[in-house]
Design a protein around this ligand. Structure first.
Ligand code: ATP
Ligand code: MG
Length: 315
């Protein structure tokens, strides 16, 4: 959302609280293929509630992530989530783009609970209000991010020797990755969920429009903690079990009743739930990239893939 320059391919860098993930794409046929890929774990509590607490640790993880990999560019698209970002659909009287550009700060003030001086603002016209049933009003998607947060994220990227070019929002990167891999059908309602270690990004699409976004501060860590409590294990063993690896005397089957994530969603909503595959259409050759655990890294690569699709100056 917040672009700072020139238009060429970028590395999608997802800075998560449990791991940093990076993806570089190359055009291939009508679509894309993964040209470089990396993931590196982040020490616990370095990022808490989306805030970078230990900048040195995060910088080090990013530096390691890019070491000895095939990434061609230093230019990076990163993203923010959580309470540092506000996404709101607002209704305004019909005006030209130039008029909107002039009045947006003033209009936005009432929707943003922070001082307008402290945020970076971006917007997109969703409906210009020129259609037959628009009643003289236009729909604008307003995105605001705390300058302080943007600076923290761009800071660790710069410290790690990379150039931050775009700062996006997790929920929108999720949407980009979905569009590139699944396409969009008019009128179809799709709920996108990205469950990380400490948060879940939600984006509900109707056709090609996002109708609801929200970040919820609960994620995979809560599952690990449930396994830990239920079976009286240390965090690391519980984490291993959750990922399907057995530990001293406990098998993955033993933890199944505690987990049930996809099943629970399916039962609760009475609708089909599918695992998001960021490499459904985007070509990914793990062997060529030296990746041995493709099945476990793929689901975590969704945001990075969405970010890698961005170009500087995009809206
Ligand atoms: N095979 C698996 N089964 C279940 N959970 C898994 C598996 N592999 C990874 N996870 C969980 O996914 C989470 C990590 O996902 P991801 O890398 O998307 O998080 P993150 O981006 O670092 O976190 P956040 O965005 O919340 O800061 C961890 O909680 C991890 O335990
Ligand atoms: Mg994440």
């Amino acid at each position: 959302m917040f672009g700072f320059g020139k238009a060429k391919a970028l590395v999608g860098l997802d800075i998560g609280s449990s791991a940093v993930k990076a993806v570089e794409l190359k055009a291939a046929g009508k679509g894309f293929k993964v040209a470089a890929f990396g993931t590196e774990s982040v020490p616990p509590d370095s990022i808490v509630d989306g805030a970078i607490i230990d900048g040195a640790a995060v910088t080090e993880a990013i530096r390691k992530l890019f070491t000895n990999k095939a990434f061609q560019t230093k230019d990076v698209a990163a993203s923010l989530s959580g309470n540092a970002v506000i996404v709101k659909k607002i209704n305004l009287p019909v005006m030209t783009e130039a008029e909107l550009g002039e009045s947006i700060y003033w209009e936005a003030e009432q929707y943003i609970p922070f001082d307008i001086q402290d945020v970076n603002l971006d917007y997109q016209i969703l409906d210009p209000g020129t259609g037959p049933d628009s009643k003289g009003a236009m729909d604008v998607l307003l995105v605001a991010a705390k300058k302080e947060k943007v600076a923290d994220y761009t800071g660790v990227i710069t410290q790690a020797g990379r150039t931050p070019v775009v700062v996006d929002v997790d929920a929108f990167a999720l949407q980009n990755a979905y569009e590139a891999n699944y396409g969009l059908e008019p009128e179809m309602v799709v709920v996108l969920l990205n469950a990380g270690a400490s948060a879940i990004n939600i984006n509900i699409l109707t056709g090609d429009q996002s109708t609801f976004t929200r970040d919820v501060s609960i994620g995979g860590n809560a599952y690990t903690e449930a396994v830990q409590k239920e079976l009286n294990l240390p965090f690391d063993s519980a984490e291993q079990l959750k990922r399907g690896q057995s530990v001293e005397g406990v098998t993955f089957e033993d933890v199944q009743p505690v987990l049930r994530f996809m099943h629970a969603l399916q039962e609760h909503f009475g609708t089909a739930v599918e695992m998001f595959d960021p490499f459904k259409k985007v070509a990914f050759d793990p062997q060529r990239l030296g990746i041995t655990d493709a099945e476990s890294v793929s689901p975590a690569a969704v945001v990075a893939v969405g970010l890698a699709l961005r170009r500087a100056g995009d809206r």
